[in-house]
Design a binder for this molecule. Sequence first.
Ligand SMILES: *Cc1c(COP(=O)(O)O)cnc(C)c1O
Length: 350
Amino acid sequence: MIQIGLHHFGENVNKFEEELAHYVGIQNAAALSSGTAAIHMAFKALDLKKGDIVFCSSLTFSATANPIIYQNATPVFIDSERESWNMDPKALEKAFEKYPNPKAVIVVYLYGTPAKIDEIKEVCDRHNVPLIEDAAESLGATYKNKQTGTFGKYGIYSFNGNKIITTSGGGMLVSKDAEKIAKVRFWATQSREKERHYEHKEIGYNYRMSNIVAGIGRGQLKVLDKRIEQKTNIYNKYKEAFEDINEIEMQPMLKDSKPNHWLSVITLKEDSKVKPIDIMLALEKENIESRPVWKPMHMQPVFQQYDYIQIAERSVSEDLFERGVCLPSDTKMTQEEQERIITIIKNLFK
Ligand SMILES: *Cc1c(COP(=O)(O)O)cnc(C)c1O
């Protein structure tokens, strides 16, 4: 066939969608240009609009919340619990008392660690509100042997440069709802109607993943299990090394969950003389990168006007932000490098 040169074909895109859907165990997937685009499309598929409320984890990266604003809707931020650091189902229940009719709930799996998703889903189902899972950081993590991203109405993954597998940039929206996923593919390719000419009845987006990017994604998917194994080893090595330091606690995980351990994160006990900043500066001096825990969305200037629901007297997300440090967790890090990091940190407690 001689083409006019306007079309592009996406064999890898279709295949990457199929392979990712198969990996996580869901029927349908739409490959998109980013995880943020996937969240945006999930909200659009739910017809989120002005005046609608979305309950959203506060302790997350801003990309979870921004698409709520793209749709001119209103976020209400929800505090974390202490057992996985994710959305507290009890705080979520309290939010329903104050705002009985939200349009959606979006839960995040922080640093690749599964949330109390059974409880969260139960609350959503009882109130008949669709659940979106922001599994951008948790691809491959499971709760009761079921993949994060497959519990709710929509799940999203990210293949951004910093995630467990990467295509340099990209995302995926998954759902059991084939019709809605087809509709998302349509919106994501400029809402072009099936006509000989270019016909548009709806506003479109340039959100589709390119075929080259999808090709990289297919290769990356093959190394995902290996990456999870490496990340788990990194987490376990830190955990073991810090066992004799009373002031350090690792991010906890729920009994029935298997995190992908995208990042290894610690908190320092309230009474610890060593503070997060001391660890970050000591590592920085050796040219080693570390970071604070995500600054909660309700503390961000851009979201300050929105409500925040907590049940604990002390806001858990604020407390984790103050006491947390994300440690180097790159799979390219050698054993010796990780040991050096551990030594630098341990020396601060001497
Ligand atoms: C990375 C990330 C996103 C956004 O994904 P992009 O592909 O970078 O757009 C969304 N939510 C969370 C929690 C993330 O960590």
